[in-house]
Design a protein around this ligand. Sequence first.
Ligand code: SF4
Length: 441
Amino acid sequence: MTPRRASRQIVVGDDRVGRVAIGGGLAAGHPMARAGSGGLEAPPSEIAPVTVQTMTAGYTHAIDKCVAEIHKLTAAGADIVRVAVPEKKDTEALKEILAQTTVPIVADVHFHFKRALEAVEAGVHKIRLNPGNINDRAQVIEVIQACKDANLPIRVGVNEGSIIERRDKQKRAKELGAMFSEHKNGYLLAIMIAKLEEYLDIFYEQDFHDIAISAKSMDATMVIDAYTEISKRFNHPLHLGVTHAGPKETGCIRSVVALGTLLANGIGDTIRISYANDPIYEVQDGLELLYTLGLRERKGAELIACPTCGRIQVDLFSLVQEVRAKLESDIQVPMKVAVMGCVVNGPGEAEGADVAVFAGDRRGIIYVQGEKVANVNEDEILDRLLKECLAFQDAVRAGAAKLGEKKVDIVPPDPLGELGSGWEKMAAERIKGADLTIGQS
Ligand code: SF4
């Protein structure tokens, strides 16, 4: 992992909903202090943890439904929620939505700069502008002034799909492509950067620097290239995303490849994973990505499970899904829980986990921090495992147990005895003609 890139910092929110910092760590003497913008006078800020954003899928003017969706996304762990404001009735709804929600809200503005002014007036916490469709200089300046007066940051979000002026695409491609000839998507990248530079100049002329930048594409390689270049040219915090990533099943791979690569390289201050699905998955998967990279501290349990193989003698897939659901609803401390199929890798994972089970022939042995606490039938595994997780959570909260502390070394049980499995025994019995189908109780 490369250390996080230093940037300016923006802060989104207010006293009521709390303030969420994005980026930071840039000191005046830093080589990037003057990058893109006109210098940096502010004292260096601590670099903030990477945050997770999402966007509501319903109509903003449907106030009750919008508020309910924001509550759901907040409960799932979204740090910031964005809402679309295509019409005046949407910005008119904002005041009420803001009064009823407890997370910083961003107004996503396209085409109509007046929506941005109305959103600022309503008390929104940040504005997103798209240089591809709000590019009248006087209008942009009006929005900048309104945000400056209200002390609000702006995200300048270019999207591959909306920056390319179709009429002069070929000409611009020729002119600019040479700049990034080493990249597969050289000309697109050049247009994106040129568009950003041109747009940000308007902000700098107004002495406005509370800016986050995004440069999204549906192509993961383009996203990696674009943010890598942008991170070297501008000192603003970066909002990462793959746009139009598609359904969750494939969009997840696209997003994780692009965002994971950038984050591992120290690039990215806030992320939005986007799926053609319920945005709750965007929040869950965004958080999981950050936990996996060690960029955020996990709030609930971490589940480790084996993929199963020809040694499995319990219904592990169902068990894992049930354990996952229970852990999600009942466990709020970052304990490690392992659900393993057999004695081959079970003891190793159980040793590293706080609570673990590894299975045998329709049985499971349960461990808490390396100590064996039960040997139960398959149909009792879920309840007993969860009971141990809850007891362990209580012990951690009471200060009687420490996360990640192993008390004893696990001695792997004899697969022929305690676990009732023993593939050699089974093979021998099969040879003798015994009817012992794998998995049969
Ligand atoms: S733990 Fe056992 S059942 Fe699971 S994958 Fe490993 S060898 Fe197979």
